[in-house]
Design a protein around this ligand. Structure first.
Ligand code: MN
Ligand code: MN
Length: 321
């Protein structure tokens, strides 16, 4: 098999120049195949408060220009170990959520069928449903790590079953994910009622509230995750898991969240377990609410670590040498 085609060499072609693919990686269509495909899902019609996440994929790609090829904490050259490519964006219907999800799911399924693992860039969190459906169709029921200020397990919102606040309940109902092998970390903020969290627990989810992280530390969060997760894992990073100080550019910000350092440490903490990642996403980046670009920068850093985890957890490809 030929060597992976990596990003442009930043020491020959500076990082602010060149194409705006994720990390200046090759477009999928220019390489034979990919082990990991980065796919944008620019849809924000499922949001309940501030819109703008349709511009998330472009902002995360722009912020990803800063990434360098070597991950020190993972001691890994992810783009040399595996072929990572930018698959561009799915082109979702901006006005109809079911049609939008169908388009995103179909594109993700194509990528999975080609043997790639898909890292989705949202978009509001509703896009995780078609992304998880496509991953589960290929890999079986998913074990979910959800990093989020919110559980996203409402039954409906204004009478609608599909929104960014209902996505995880739908995934459980469809058998796409196994809540008993799933963990939610970072939940916080005022709720409509105590039943919000009770209903979430009744579905089978384990949660670590953001305020509980003060006692457990990152090590406790990682320990809980590793206790619950089993391959194949899907990691969904809702950027609002971060405190608005780190990620103001998001649809439903909640004070009292994680630092960027905590989020990245939790992701990296999964690496020694060698879990197989079926897919992942980074969602809810809404650039219009963050003139600093820090939200997209944190999202790009999380995406980079997710790619690292995908590469480390790769199983040999069926039929390949
Ligand atoms: Mn959220
Ligand atoms: Mn969410």
């Amino acid at each position: 098999m030929s060597e992976p085609v990596g990003p442009l060499d930043s020491l020959r072609y500076p990082r602010f120049a060149g194409p705006r693919t994720f990390a200046r990686l090759p477009l999928l269509e220019t390489v034979e195949r990919a082990d990991v495909a980065v796919m944008g899902a620019p849809f924000d019609g499922g949001t309940s408060f501030r819109p703008g996440a349709r511009f998330g994929p472009a902002a995360v790609r722009e912020a990803s220009l800063l990434l360098r090829p070597y991950s020190e904490p993972l001691d890994l050259l992810p783009f040399a170990r595996a072929q990572v490519a930018d698959a561009g964006d799915a082109g979702p219907d901006p006005l109809e959520i079911g049609a939008a999800h169908a388009t995103i799911q179909a594109r993700a399924a194509e990528l999975h069928d080609s043997g790639a693992r898909v890292l989705g860039l949202g978009g509001d969190h509703s896009v995780a449903l078609p992304l998880m459906r496509a991953a589960a169709a290929r890999h079986g029921p998913l074990s979910l790590l959800q990093l989020d200020a919110h559980a996203d397990t409402w039954d409906e919102y204004f009478g609608h079953k599909l929104s960014h606040g209902t996505v995880m309940r739908r995934a459980v109902e469809e058998g796409v994910l196994d809540p008993h092998a799933s963990v939610q970390i970072g939940l916080r903020g005022p709720l409509y009622a105590a039943s919000d969290l009770e209903d979430n627990a009744a579905l089978g989810f384990r949660t670590l509230l953001a305020r509980e992280l003060d006692a457990t530390g990152v090590a406790g969060a990682v320990g809980l995750a590793l206790e619950r997760l089993r391959s194949p894992v899907y990691v969904s990073v809702d950027v609002d898991v971060l405190d608005p100080a780190f990620a103001p550019g998001t649809g439903t910000p909640e004070p009292g969240g994680l630092t960027s350092r905590e989020l990245l440490a939790i992701l990296r903490g999964l690496a020694p377990a060698g879990l197989e990642l079926a897919g992942a996403d980074v969602v809810e980046v809404s650039p219009p609410y963050d003139p600093t670009g820090n939200t997209a920068l944190a999202a790009a850093a999380a995406a980079y670590d997710l790619i690292g985890l995908m590469v480390l957890g790769q199983r040999p490809r069926h039929g390949s040498t």
